[in-house]
Design a protein around this ligand. Structure first.
Ligand code: OVV
Length: 412
């Protein structure tokens, strides 16, 4: 032992060396928190590398280093006991667990490989022109209107014009897609009103999604049919395929709605960044990525410890829930210069808005394609985008975004 470094062993017994964990009474699933999470994010980051949230009896990590560490140790911080508050080892899940999100290696490895191939760079190349044409048509339509709601008429309307078709879904019943996803993301939260109400009203949305995941209901050439084709190759069973399609329907639409909504909200609030994008529309992809860092549409996920573990000097026992604040990590001043500035030329790689490690968003290329195409079309065709009315927040236990963003756009 080096006596000049750290506390002497006679002052602090080795077994007691783990730092005391600050207990905080923050409720990260409450309306005041959703309205303005940033002071609470700062309080959690400053309190220590690991905190304990008494309201829900969970550990929390809000600094970049610990969020990244938890995401990259998936065997210690597992997903198979659920990535919401509910511990599947103690409580029955509200729906059959996801075969990718709520799975650990080795089971996760095979299902992940399949969805990774379904949403590969080669597949993006095939759909890119269609997505770009749809983005340009949407922007032309909105320019003709001038005034519209950037959430419903753009952030929802654009993904709805490309993603369900790319999946190969039937025309009927698509109105269930956003309510179903909203339910899934509310269900990761604690048993508050948002979660309980969403589950109470879930039956028609669940029935729709379950039916649409069947092979017969998915048209040839889409992501859904592509998942089922891996049954024929022997990579997955016929029983697994519908559940993997369900993952795409759960995570593939509402997330991009919130991501595009975040980007439009940023560009409308920060006109200097909008002007930079107009001058160089090739920045569209980075402008979208920076919006994912800045707003972190997916704010949180939980993990569950599979053993006693030391994290940031704190000891956490087995079977504990750890809440990762992705949005706080993405604005941690320890990691980011001018963390609270939206800067479309920032080197944004390393943000955890899509997660990190083996569970990092398998659909990230589709998300970026949608984000890039719609921001590129806007940058080329519009001269200005101005907020013109009351901004209303939408409340969800996991997703951060708006209900309404009235804007006016003018043609270039
Ligand atoms: C990343 C994510 C969110 C919600 C649902 C799923 C995945 C899923 O696999 O069902």
């Amino acid at each position: 032992m080096n006596p000049t470094h750290g506390p002497a062993s006679d002052e602090v017994p080795a077994a007691a060396a783990a730092a005391a964990i600050p207990h905080l009474d923050i409720d990260p699933f409450s309306i005041p928190f959703f309205d303005d999470p940033y002071p609470a994010h700062d309080e959690m980051r400053e309190a220590g590398p690991v905190v304990y949230l008494d309201r829900w009896n969970v550990y929390g990590v809000a600094r970049y280093a610990e969020v990244h560490a938890v995401l990259n140790d998936p065997l210690t911080f597992c997903s198979s006991r659920g990535v919401g508050l509910s511990d599947f080892a103690k409580e029955a899940p509200w729906r059959p667990p996801s075969l990718i999100l709520e799975a650990d290696p080795p089971a996760h490895t095979r299902t992940r490989a399949v969805l990774s191939k379904v949403l590969s760079p080669a597949v993006m190349k095939q759909i890119r022109d269609r997505f770009m044409a749809a983005a340009e048509a949407k922007v032309d339509e909105l320019l003709a209107r001038g005034r519209f709601d950037a959430i419903t008429d753009l952030a929802e309307a654009y993904p709805l014009s490309v993603f369900p078709d790319a999946m190969g879904l039937q025309a009927e019943g698509r109105e269930h897609l956003i309510p179903y996803a909203s339910l899934v993301f509310n269900a990761f939260g604690p048993p508050n009103e948002l979660r309980q109400q969403a589950i109470e009203r879930s039956a028609p949305h669940q029935a729709y999604v379950t039916a649409q995941c069947q092979r017969d209901n998915l048209t040839a050439g889409g992501f859904g049919a592509c998942v089922h084709a891996f049954v024929d190759k022997g990579d997955i069973t016929a029983a697994e395929a519908p559940l993997l399609v369900r993952s795409l329907l759960s995570a593939g639409l509402d997330t991009t709605v919130y991501g595009i909504g975040a980007a439009i909200y940023c560009l409308a609030r920060y006109p200097d960044q909008w002007e930079r994008l107009r001058r160089d529309p090739s920045l569209a992809r980075n402008a979208f990525e920076e919006a994912v860092r800045f707003e972190s549409p997916v704010q949180t996920f939980f993990r569950t410890t599979t053993r006693e573990v030391e994290l940031g000097g704190a000891r956490i026992g087995e079977g504990e829930k750890v809440l990762m604040f992705l949005g706080a990590a993405n604005r941690d001043p320890r990691r980011w210069e001018a963390a609270d500035s939206y800067d479309i030329t920032r080197k944004v790689s390393g943000h955890v808005g899509f997660g990190s490690g083996i569970h990092m968003c398998v659909g990230q290329l589709v998300a970026r394609l949608e984000g890039e195409t719609i921001l590129s079309a806007l940058a080329r065709k519009a001269a200005s985008i101005t907020i013109d009315g009351a901004v209303k927040r939408r409340y969800n236990n996991t997703l951060r975004g708006l209900e309404s963003l009235p804007v006016v756009i003018t043609p270039a």
